[in-house]
Design a protein around this ligand. Structure first.
Ligand SMILES: *Cc1c(COP(=O)(O)O)cnc(C)c1O
Length: 348
């Protein structure tokens, strides 16, 4: 993995990570007196006194069985936010290197870069919301270490053309991160199936959307085992608490339930899109493969305010590129969507 090794910030290759008590001794024993835990137990639930598994092996095994990706190719994060931040810290030298973002897109990539004093190169998507390959290929330099591609994209909802992504994976020297937060709602398989072909591919997924578990903060990065090793080296030792690991495992036992909710949300998305498109206030609805619709209104500001006054909160995305006069509306339950449509029909 010489090529990947050259991409990592040099001081991290030499870094000796913190070794926890559970790294030094793995296995079963009668008595654990090695981690300064409280041997008397916890003040609340009796089994909270021990540190959680720093490597989340149960959860990784289950993910592995479901997705066909080996545990060595899986990193579990405190939400997707954590791998986003760790990737930037692993590959980008502050004040020197850059990440590449493709607006309009998810805001966290740029915020994480800024926090770390890492530069941001913005190369807008084309008007039809695809990657501008020729501009990208002529503008990229050796300092551009990471390209973040969000597909389906937030806030627009479209999938990014897969030929362009493959093209970049083949031609770009750095790391390509495909953020698949919304992939369950899309008519396209995950890029996790392409990991073996492309050592520079990182796929991000999350439990926050299709799994309905935004509260527990559980994100997943799939990548080449060298990249995963680097992320493990720099993560906080116990980044995923016990409750969250257990919740993740329980969720993965209910994959049918997740699939059935995803079908419902896709159905509702279709209904909502059809009904909104018949509303005279609506000027355009972006084709969505996610669990939201980006909707262009005649007067988005007034509509946003009106809905808010009636108790329905939508997201004003009008300041994003190509999103003038647009509100982003998450697909709700049938009742919530009816309520929204009824209010829009009565708007005057
Ligand atoms: C919601 C979302 C995430 C998920 O973030 P978490 O930190 O896992 O909750 C990641 N990427 C995009 C583009 C999102 O919209």
């Amino acid at each position: 993995m010489e090529r990947l090794e050259k991409l990592v910030r040099p001081h991290l290759l030499k870094l000796k990570p913190y070794s926890s008590a559970r790294d030094d001794f793995r296995g079963n024993a009668e008595v654990f007196l090695d981690a300064n835990e409280n041997s008397f137990g916890s003040v609340v639930d009796s089994d909270l006194n021990r540190y959680p598994d720093p490597h989340q092996m149960k959860l990784k095994k289950k993910l592995s069985e479901i997705n066909g990706v080996a545990p060595d190719n899986i990193f579990i994060g405190n939400g997707s936010d954590e791998p986003i931040e760790l990737l930037i810290r692993a590959f980008c030298e502050p004040g020197q290197d850059r990440i590449v973002v493709l607006p309009p897109t998810y805001g966290m990539y740029a915020v994480s870069a800024e926090v770390n004093n890492v530069g941001i190169k913005s190369i807008a998507l084309t008007q039809d919301l695809e990657i501008d390959l020729s501009r990208l290929q002529s503008d990229l330099t050796a300092e551009d270490k990471l390209i973040f591609i969000c597909s389906p994209n937030n806030p627009t909802g479209n999938l990014i053309d897969s030929d362009s992504i493959i093209d970049l994976l083949k031609s770009f020297e750095g790391i390509i991160i495909v953020d698949e937060a919304y992939i369950d709602f899309a008519d396209q398989p995950s890029y996790t199936h392409r990991l073996a072909e492309f050592p520079n591919l990182v796929v991000l997924q999350t439990f926050s959307k299709a799994w309905g578990m935004a509260a527990v903060r559980l994100g997943v990065a799939y990548a080449n085992s060298f990249v995963i090793e680097v992320l493990n080296k720099i993560k906080p030792p116990y980044n995923i608490d016990k409750y969250t690991q257990e919740a993740g495992c329980r969720a993965l036992d209910e994959i049918d339930k997740k699939d059935s909710v995803v079908r419902k949300i896709r159905d509702e998305r279709q209904k909502l899109e059809l009904k909104l498109s018949n509303n005279p206030l609506v000027e355009n609805i972006f084709q969505s493969e996610a669990n939201f619709l980006l909707v262009k209104f005649q007067n988005h500001e007034a509509i946003h305010k009106y809905l808010k006054a009636k108790g329905i909160i939508t997201r004003d995305r009008s300041r994003e590129l190509y999103c003038e006069d647009c509100l982003r509306i998450t697909v709700g339950t049938p009742e919530e969507n009816e309520q929204l449509l009824k209010l829009l029909n009565h708007y005057s």
